[in-house]
Design a protein around this ligand. Sequence first.
Ligand SMILES: Nc1nc2c(c(=O)[nH]1)N[C@H]1C(S)=C(S)[C@@H](COP(=O)(O)OP(=O)(O)OC[C@H]3O[C@@H](n4cnc5c(=O)[nH]c(N)nc54)[C@H](O)[C@@H]3O)O[C@H]1N2
Ligand SMILES: Nc1nc2c(c(=O)[nH]1)N[C@H]1C(S)=C(S)[C@@H](COP(=O)(O)OP(=O)(O)OC[C@H]3O[C@@H](n4cnc5c(=O)[nH]c(N)nc54)[C@H](O)[C@@H]3O)O[C@H]1N2
Ligand code: SF4
Ligand SMILES: [Mo]
Length: 765
Amino acid sequence: MQKKIAGYCALCISRCGILSTVRDGVLVAVEPDPSHPTGEHLCIKGRTAPEWVHSPDRILTPLRRTRPKGDDDPGWEAISWAQAFETIADRLNQQARTLGPESVAFSVTTPSGTAVADSFAWINRLAHAYGSPNTVFATENCNWHKDFTPMHTTGAGIGMPDYAQTGCIILWGFNPTATWLAQATHISNAKKRGAKLVVIDCRKVGLASKADQWLNVRPGSDGILAMSLAQVMIKQGWFDRPFIRDWSNGSYLVRLDTGALLTDADIQLDGSTTRYLQWDEGSGEIIHAESEAKPGLAGGALPALFGRYQVTTLQGVITCSPAFQCYADRCEAYAPELQAETTGVSAEQVYATARLLHESGPVSYFTWTGTAQQPQASQTSRALSLLYALTGYLDAPGGNVWFEKPAINNVFGLELLSQGQRSQALGLAERPMGPGTMGWINSKDLNRAIVHGEPYPVKTLISFGANPQLTKPPTEDTDAAFKQLDLYVHADLFMNPTAQYADIFLPVASPWERAGLYPGFNVTQQAEAHLQLRPAVIEPLGESKSDLWIVFQLATKLGLGEHFFAGDMKQALAHVLSPSGISLEALEAHPQGITLPLKTCYRKYLENGFSTATGRLEIYATALQEHGYDPLPAFSSGRVQDSVYPLLLTSAKWVQYCHSQQRNVPSLLKRMPDPLVELHPQTAGAYNIAEGDWVRITTAHDGIQARARLNKSLQPDVACAQYGWWMCDELGQGHHYNSLVDPDVIDPIGSSNSLRQVYCNIQKK
Ligand SMILES: Nc1nc2c(c(=O)[nH]1)N[C@H]1C(S)=C(S)[C@@H](COP(=O)(O)OP(=O)(O)OC[C@H]3O[C@@H](n4cnc5c(=O)[nH]c(N)nc54)[C@H](O)[C@@H]3O)O[C@H]1N2
Ligand SMILES: Nc1nc2c(c(=O)[nH]1)N[C@H]1C(S)=C(S)[C@@H](COP(=O)(O)OP(=O)(O)OC[C@H]3O[C@@H](n4cnc5c(=O)[nH]c(N)nc54)[C@H](O)[C@@H]3O)O[C@H]1N2
Ligand code: SF4
Ligand SMILES: [Mo]
């Protein structure tokens, strides 16, 4: 019996539309479904999914450890689901009473590189309903700077390029050919229709070969490069002046003595501290920002963006400048001529790129981990948001937009946590604007709480996938933390180096064995309007179960059924769907999904303003300033290189694998059998290294092995290596990229690690 069933590949963020062929209960083939809005192409991971689903390495029963942690063999013993839940629920109930629910941390793998997106919101809801503000995941090195940091500037994430209408696309530290196939497809289409392309990447990879401008930036200097581009655009007047004047706080006056925005309270007793002041170029006087004509409408006043003005305040006469002038001044320090050596990009190329942006709008951009895994990632994100704001195409046709998506109920459940509990999120006190605000914590803070009880003890970890032993830089506490946990539960399809520390392992069904709801496929308006309930195409293997089932079972056993539809998953999904107007039954009857007739609404700020503290796009980030951070981007040029560690190492993703996964898929391993390090041929020559040689990479923290691949697109002193390797027989241990990284160097706002700015040495093995 053979069937072909429509669905989507859930293995990464691309969520490509697929047809799965099932023969006698076995998944035998996966092919693209061209009728699906993301079904034009399929990558090799999707095509080889049958090998992954039916891998002999799948763990198919719940397991309990019988030997001490640290032993090579955990002495796994099969147990029943009932036994597993009893142990977990007893422990969680008891710990909530004795140490408080914050002493239990939850963990989840990345929804962008796994199928855990099916249950991501529900896993977070479980943590919140239980009372824990501590869910550890990859966010600080993954989506935080794409989805959350831009809020400090525009009140929203970066949105999505309107590829169908854009005139010029910037891909900044983002290689969709390897990481988001559906975007790569639309970029290629836009390119064919004549759109320009700018790629900013330290390797000429993916679409960079088709780019009109490829900027070979030195790892970690992206923020500086963004300021260089902005300097040219401001100096040449190549920016959307009316948009900046009317819709940003660039026209608000800044007191140059204190750096604060000038408000009504500065000029009159009992004045408001939230009424901002501008300089009217027409009358040569200060005016109240909001009391004049509605921004964008002719009202007589012409707020200045440049200049220095003397303003009489209650404290005397002080010098003020529009915030935009302060930004322009800051950009001067990063003028392209001054920074070419730091960024590796010539002043001529910066100038030519700025001109291209000016002449070929509407401009759109996408950025991801190339700019996020750096110790200055938050200010880098700010610099990118500001540069983009200069173009004026935010939320405009052909710019970065927010396609209309099906309306659904959000079940993330942060509101289930009291303010008191929310404020206990580990790391939130140190970084009040970081992921802690969403109940997300990082591994370093978690390890410290487990090992040192600081600021309070954490003794239990409930993990849905993830492999932080390899995907995060190890801290001195990492091993001790995983050994010291009283209870560590890991739910996964496979055993991994982190799961080896578990007390209880729960077997998870693959996305082909369970249903999954996806409300919006991101990349175009049509895709974003597509709502799909991916059906299970085969029975769950062995005793494996979906993450959703595990969450709902655990919730009811903990007495939290009221927040989980008394354990009824169908009712829960129907609740999620209810605002969309599409029923669960309708989606079940249409496994290929249903596209709603939604239309993009552009320039929503004309109606609503921006969701920032001042209600305007914030050139001057007032919320950051309030928390003691610089309201304008500022960057250090990084460490001066030394002779011991002369090379600058970064990392990237390849199409064959997601992070530390899929190394057990024979067809993929055949294509990419060893961890790679890319080196410039000249550099390789200087170290007597040839293509394919094993190389040792050393930093102040560790040394690892990788196979050399020569890549002449790199700058000679830059290298790029793979992370996530652990199954490699030839050399056993010693491929752990992140062990090279200094775990103590983190972004002060968002806490991202320095994964892409690692000073190292290499040697032929
Ligand atoms: N095949 C595959 N696809 C994936 C994933 C996967 O693991 N494998 N993971 C998914 C997830 S979770 C994510 S977050 C996304 C990430 O998707 P991407 O951000 O596209 O991932 P990367 O390839 O790691 O990084 C993009 C580019 O950044 C460049 N780069 C490195 N250092 C720097 C730098 O300092 N500056 C600049 N400008 N560029 C730099 C690299 O050369 C690389 O080409 O992919 C998702 N899709
Ligand atoms: N040096 C360096 N390090 C990086 C990065 C980098 O570019 N460079 N990228 C970072 C990024 S962007 C990310 S997102 C992180 C990712 O870090 P992690 O979230 O730790 O990702 P993986 O290594 O892919 O681990 C995924 C685990 O979850 C399991 N899994 C897969 N699907 C499911 C599912 O549906 N349910 C459950 N319960 N388990 C599942 C897999 O079998 C695997 O064991 O890595 C980060 N680490
Ligand atoms: S890009 Fe590959 S892994 Fe990602 S959804 Fe598409 S087919 Fe699956
Ligand atoms: Mo990620």
